[in-house]
Write a protein that binds this ligand. Structure first.
Ligand SMILES: Cc1ncc(COP(=O)(O)O)c(C=O)c1O
Length: 393
């Protein structure tokens, strides 16, 4: 007793005492957890999770990654939790199920479809295929554009021919066509384009496809397809039935809000699809597969998310206009505009307002790319913007 009475009066003994308590409480926690997991059922686990758990609040508002902060959809969240119980299994059947669902949704067949760990993997697989024809191959890409494919192609030893955007900040298709040589293996068109958020219309794309030699592949990246409002533009996935040299990529990272779960897909003619599949290095994970399957047909979520993001995109564009700045006409979940100061300076000022904006893009030293976030985040952005644009910040 004296021992314990004294132990509470000396710092070393007090530490020992709290360590003992910690050990005891840790042991009871482990026993408690073991008991929980021995009896837990999917239903109990789902019941323990609120239907719409609030995301952790970051200290900085992330408007730099073109993600959809409203995701995952409620049905996808439930599917992710359920997938815990399948995580000890390989995902072969889930891959097949998702492929069938996507192909049916888009009215194509699974022979036209390739699934990837994000569409980034598919962009890289396409570069692998382009590199296959031996040294000296060329890839044509716009500048600036999404760099994943051009950068990876360079690392594979392909020569990337960059073609500047036109005065409307769109892909300059006539100039890209003029850049084709007998060494051109692949042409990358990001539509809508990241970072400019501009589109090229279907008519111009069709004329371009007709002019490209059959030996040259064309990859059209439709990551931001769901945010298009321009009626002259749209998806070209059905064209893979006509053009045997066409690859179209899509992703669950944007409108579906599943960027962290890495599910993307591509369509191509079955022969090209099989060649691409042969280049695959990774397989999608079960949580992503189940979430994508649930989200694919969650039309209420897709509709409401699209509506709010487009409304907030318009609010940001209105604000940019009122501030008298030059911008592109956004067809993505992000805006791109001239901040009339070096981007590094503007970014620093925005960070002081707890907002992270997009990175620098070649040729656009004073332009910023800002993602449309939650409505509350957009409210904060609209308050911060005039301050960051003033000379004092
Ligand atoms: C145009 C474009 N394509 C593809 C991707 C890659 O998307 P993911 O690999 O998440 O499918 C991105 C990501 O920001 C992008 O902007």
């Amino acid at each position: 007793m004296a021992d314990s009475a004294e132990s509470l009066t000396t710092p070393a003994a007090a530490t020992l005492s709290s360590l003992r308590q910690l050990t005891v409480s840790r042991r009871s926690a482990l026993l408690g957890a073991a008991a929980l997991f021995s009896t837990v059922t999917p239903r109990a686990l789902l019941a323990a999770v609120p239907p719409d758990p609030s995301p952790p609040t970051p200290s900085v508002i992330l408007l730099n990654g073109n993600e959809n902060p409203y995701g995952p959809s409620p049905t996808a969240r439930q599917a992710i939790i359920r997938s815990v119980f399948e995580s000890c299994r390989y995902g072969d059947q889930a891959i097949k199920t998702l492929m069938q669902a996507i192909a049916a949704y888009d009215q194509l067949t699974i022979e036209h479809l390739i699934l990837g760990s994000g569409s980034s993997e598919l962009l890289r697989m396409s570069a692998f295929l382009a590199a296959e024809g031996g040294s000296g191959g060329e890839v044509i890409a716009a500048t600036p554009t999404y760099e994943e494919l051009p950068d990876f192609a360079t690392r594979l030893g392909l020569q990337v021919i960059t073609v500047p955007l036109n005065a409307q900040h769109q892909h300059d298709l006539p100039a890209m066509q003029a850049a084709i040589t007998d060494k051109t293996r692949l042409i990358y068109i990001c539509n809508p384009n990241n970072p400019t958020a501009t589109v090229v219309g279907l008519k111009a794309l069709e004329d371009f496809m007709r002019a490209v030699p059959a030996r040259t592949r064309v990859l059209i990246d439709e990551a931001y397809f769901d945010f298009i409002t321009d009626s002259s533009a749209g998806s070209v996935i059905s064209w893979v039935k006509t053009y045997q040299n066409l690859i179209v990529t899509r992703t669950f990272s944007k409108i579906h809000g599943l960027a962290g779960l890495r599910i993307g897909y591509a369509y191509a003619h079955p022969t090209l699809a099989a060649q691409l599949t042969a280049k695959q290095l990774a397989y999608p994970n079960i949580a992503g597969l189940r979430a994508a399957l649930a989200s694919l047909t969650d039309s209420a979520f897709i509709h409401s998310t699209r509506t709010v993001l487009l409304a907030d995109r318009a609010r940001i564009e209105d604000c940019i206009d009122r501030l008298g700045l030059t911008r592109t006409r956004s067809q993505g979940n992000f805006v791109f505009f001239d901040v009339r100061q070096p981007l590094a300076e503007f970014s620093k000022k925005m960070l002081a307002h707890h907002i992270a904006v997009g990175r620098h893009f070649t040729g656009y030293d004073q332009w910023a790319r800002i993602t449309v976030g939650l409505t509350s985040e957009v409210n904060h952005l609209l308050t911060a913007l005039p301050h960051a644009l003033s000379t004092s910040g």
